[in-house]
Design a binder for this molecule. Structure first.
Ligand SMILES: [Zn+2]
Ligand SMILES: [Zn+2]
Length: 99
C-alpha cells in the first residue's frame, strides 16, 4: 500500500512538474511573442508610414489616429498628408508625371 502510494505520489509530482513547465513555457512564450510579432508588421497604413500587426489596429489607427492633424495637403487633388515628405512624394509620383 505504501509502495503504491509512493508511485502515485511520484506520478502526481511528475504531472505537477509538467503543468508548471507548461505554465513557465507559456509565460516565456507570451513575453517573447510581441517582439517576434513586432518584426513582422504586415498592415501598413496607406496614408502615413505606420504599420501594425493586426488589421484591427490599423483600422483603429486610421479612424482615431491617422486622420488627425494632417497638415500637408496636395495642391492638386487636395489629399491630406501628415508629413510634408509624403505630400511631396505623392505629388511627385502622382501628378508630376502628368505635367
Ligand atoms: Zn496612418
Ligand atoms: Zn494629389
Amino acid at each position: 500500500m505504501v509502495l503504491i502510494f509512493g508511485k502515485l505520489k511520484r506520478r502526481l509530482n511528475f504531472a505537477v512538474t509538467n503543468v508548471i513547465n507548461a505554465i513557465n513555457f507559456s509565460i516565456l512564450y507570451d513575453r517573447t511573442r510581441p517582439e517576434i510579432v513586432d518584426e513582422e508588421k504586415e498592415f501598413h497604413c496607406d496614408q502615413c508610414d505606420k504599420s501594425y500587426t493586426t488589421i484591427n489596429s490599423l483600422r483603429s489607427h486610421k479612424v482615431k489616429d491617422c486622420g488627425r492633424d494632417k497638415s500637408y495637403k496636395c495642391t492638386v487633388c487636395l489629399k491630406s498628408f501628415r508629413r510634408k515628405a509624403h505630400a511631396k512624394s505623392h505629388f511627385d509620383n502622382i501628378h508630376r508625371k502628368h505635367m
